[in-house]
Design a protein around this ligand. Structure first.
Ligand code: FE
Ligand code: CA
Length: 518
């Protein structure tokens, strides 16, 4: 059939585009620039499938990623082998301008508990290859699970060397606890936790994001990093968000600057849409009316239930005007919330009815109510942006853990490694779970093995057993009898190629919420 001139469009991407079904455009020739600059990703795996993700962006930092304002058809393939000899599923999806030309494919009908490989094609261009595993069927007998805990990846403060190493851990999945982007504009002069100037590595492009296009560009810049792309291509992720996907320490409809809630919610809606567009999450997490459904559950056979929490969207304002503070009345507020009632009830039901050998509480901010005093201050000091600022919600959470002997809390946000026992009554009561706080991928820069003052924190909080201030990730190996967690660290993120090592190996025996060290 002859192609009429009206049927041909030459988009900003430089591709020749052929109109197919009404409104749908097919790329027939080469893009002027490679369109898969942001890599690929998979996530939210179930026993029968997962989400595949990519975004077309031939010029990732330009408006609209350099794409024409039309929906573009993208082909996807899922194979049983890395050479794509046996295709298990394939199809076509639309990269829509409404969603920043991102593609989310929910693949179903696959076999449980096995790896698959996937890739995308658009015109003559093909994406890199990714790998993702389906979960074991819920309730199926499973001997082990291996996964990484990652997050806090400030682009300016360090290279993503740790992601390059995480990509080689042969993890069944990754849990991302948030701070995928940081919203600040570039700050060429900044300082480490000891007050020394930090070596400048690379710069954020653009001002602080407020609009959808601003956030899209920030995600695009982060996603051009090859180590981050490798970590996505290596395994499926369960992505959540923390504060910096929107604004530092936001909760509910409040930012840190006293912005009127109606105005902040417009910014939050743009940030939520950009988060959805760039994460391999299901359509259930498309924002509606400025809100997003992000808490959810994944079940790894009979071995592990993963409860993924949202500790930002439904939280009451930080007490004591936020920050690290001595006690104020708000610590103990009767109406304080971290999860909000519906999510708290959902988690309580999951724990009460679940039959898995282990429960992982995959969330963002520290549950241990650490006394943060590093000097001779007369009163205990806590981090108001952690569960330490929310006595009643924290004690309710801990009481929902009591009696299980199989709860492990996975946390980020702190930019340090911590391991400790979760005890009721603000650390004075019985141990009901163990908390592992995974350090940052890059936020905070090189760090040190031990941050100055850590000895004082450890001495004041006897249920806290370990601190370490290097960058890296947590590597968990879970079997029926024990939960092993390795704190994997790199000594440098301001120079490339730092090797990874295990700084410490912690073990939780099944049935007893206690920490042992190998
Ligand atoms: Fe962070
Ligand atoms: Ca954070």
């Amino acid at each position: 059939m002859p192609i009429t001139r009206r049927a041909l469009l030459v988009g900003a991407a430089g591709s020749t585009l052929l109109l197919g079904a009404p409104g749908i455009v097919r790329a027939q020739q080469v893009f002027r620039a490679y369109p898969f600059t942001l890599g690929v990703a998979a996530g939210d795996a179930a026993a029968d499938g997962f989400v595949l993700w990519t975004r077309l962006a031939p010029e990732p930092l330009e408006p609209h990623g350099g794409m024409p304002m039309a929906p573009i058809a993208v082909q996807w393939e899922v194979a049983a082998d890395p050479a794509f000899k046996t295709i298990a599923a394939k199809g076509e999806a639309l990269a829509r301008p409404e969603l920043g030309h991102s593609v989310h494919v929910e693949v179903a009908g696959l076999q449980a508990d096995r790896p698959y490989w996937y890739r995308f094609t658009c015109g003559r261009e093909r994406s890199m290859r990714g790998r993702v595993k389906t979960l074991p069927a819920a309730g199926a007998s499973v001997a082990r699970a291996r996964f990484v805990v990652v997050g806090c990846q400030h682009y300016e403060q360090g290279l993503y060397t740790a992601y390059g190493h995480a990509a080689h851990e042969e993890a069944d999945f990754a849990f991302h606890y948030g701070d995928y982007i940081y919203e600040g504009r570039t700050s060429p002069i900044n300082f480490d936790y000891g007050g020394a100037p930090r070596k400048f590595i690379r710069a954020h492009v653009g001002e602080e994001p407020y609009s959808l296009d601003d956030y899209r560009r920030r995600y695009a810049q982060y996603k051009t990093d090859p180590d981050l792309q490798a970590a996505h291509a290596a395994t499926g992720w369960y992505a959540t968000f923390d504060d910096h996907e929107v604004q530092n320490n936001w909760v509910s409809d409040r930012d840190q600057n006293g912005t009127p809630p109606d105005a902040f919610l417009l910014r939050r809606a743009a940030a939520f849409q950009a988060w959805y567009e760039h994460m391999p999450v299901r359509s259930a997490s498309i924002p509606h009316g400025g809100a997003i459904q992000a808490y959810r559950r994944a079940r790894f056979g009979d071995l592990l239930d993963l409860h993924l929490l949202d500790t930002r969207q439904f939280r009451t304002d930080q007490p004591c005007d936020d920050g690290f503070k001595a006690r104020c009345a708000g610590w103990d507020a009767a109406d304080a919330q971290v999860l909000g009632s519906p999510q708290e009830a959902w988690l309580g039901r999951n724990l009460a009815e679940g039959k898995a050998r282990w429960n992982a509480i995959a969330q963002q901010v520290m549950v241990m109510p650490l006394d943060r005093r590093m000097g001779d201050e007369p009163e205990p000091i806590r981090n108001m942006d952690s569960w330490g600022g929310y006595d009643r919600p924290r004690e309710r959470l801990l009481s929902s853990f009591a009696g299980h002997g199989n709860v492990v809390v996975l946390t980020g946000d702190e930019h340090q490694n911590y391991a400790g026992e979760l005890r009721t009554h603000a650390g004075q009561g019985e141990a009901v779970a163990v908390e592992f706080v995974s350090t940052s991928i890059s936020s905070g820069g090189d760090g040190a093995d031990v941050r100055a003052g850590s000895d004082k924190i450890l001495a004041r909080n006897p249920y806290l057993k370990y601190m370490n201030d290097r960058r890296g990730y947590l590597l968990c190996d879970v079997t029926s009898d024990q939960w092993q967690a390795q704190f994997r660290t790199v000594d440098q993120v301001t120079e490339p190629n730092a090797p990874v090592k295990t700084a410490r190996t912690a073990i939780v025996p099944h049935g007893r919420p206690q920490l042992d060290f190998a």
